[in-house]
Design a protein around this ligand. Structure first.
Ligand code: SAH
Length: 236
């Protein structure tokens, strides 16, 4: 079964964009997933194809009209979750990507200008999602980020079946560092243990590095991982 993404946007030419390349691009060609970009402007009903208007209450910028956005949503609506990309949303995470990949697909609504009339977001029970604490000029790049992280988890997209199991965030830790040939480069040697052929020692070194890097760089993740460990050992 093909995992289906429908993106509602004023700039359909931005899709598939980078998702037409590499792993996601090949998976698109082989119908592991599908992507249709729907132009919100096609649902405008006046001669000028107007999609936005000035905000009630005053202030700068323009707001996408609820009736136009709703008509665009209605054209694709089925059982799939509807995501509204917005800096006000819950922060997107690896857990979301896993959950979305396990479902039938997504409908993604990209805002522009000041944003979207809140009533259509509420009426269609959209999930409001942000990709981080900064403001983009539109939701399209956010949709591409969310889709990239999700699509690579679909069965058959990544090369090695288990390459998603070990990576950053999968166990609540950042990943250990990687090394390849040459074994010495510009006077820098690869950590000795990785050349030892001793699998248990390699695994122990990688685990220790993952813990060290998480502790140093992301004390927030480290605290979460530690409390999960606590709960697990208390339960057993
Ligand atoms: N006035 C809004 C920002 C509008 S930016 C505010 O202050 O919250 C225009 C559009 O870009 C938004 O409607 C949203 O769809 C998208 N966007 C901007 N930053 C984003 C982010 N961090 N995550 C997801 N979408 C974002």
């Amino acid at each position: 079964m093909t995992w289906r993404a429908s993106v509602l946007t004023l700039f359909p030419g931005m899709f598939p964009g980078p998702l037409g390349q590499s792993l996601a691009g090949r998976a698109l060609e082989t119908s592991v997933w599908s992507l249709d970009a729907i132009n919100i402007r096609d649902f405008a009903h006046d001669r000028h194809r107007t999609v936005d208007d000035t905000p009630f209450g005053g202030g700068a910028g323009m707001v996408l009209r609820p009736d136009i956005v709703d008509a665009a949503v209605a054209s694709v609506d089925d059982s799939r979750p509807i995501i509204c990309l917005t800096p006000r949303g819950r922060r997107f995470s690896q857990d979301d990507a896993r959950r979305f990949a396990a479902g039938p697909g997504l409908i993604l609504l990209c805002g522009r200008y000041e944003g979207i009339d809140q009533r259509v977001i509420d009426a269609r029970q959209m999930q409001e999602i942000s990709i981080g604490d900064y403001v983009l000029s539109g939701g399209e790049l956010a949709a591409l980020v969310l889709l990239d992280a999700t699509v690579r988890l679909l069965p058959g997209v990544m090369g090695a079946a288990d390459s998603a199991v070990e990576e950053s965030f999968s166990h609540g830790l950042l990943e250990y560092p990687h090394y390849t040939r040459p074994a010495e480069w510009q006077g820098r040697a690869v950590p000795e243990v990785l050349l030892s052929g001793h699998h248990a020692a390699v695994a122990a070194w990688r685990q220790a590095e993952a813990e060290r890097i998480t502790r140093e760089r992301r004390p927030d993740l480290w605290a979460e991982a530690a409390s999960r460990q606590h709960a697990a050992s208390a339960a057993s």
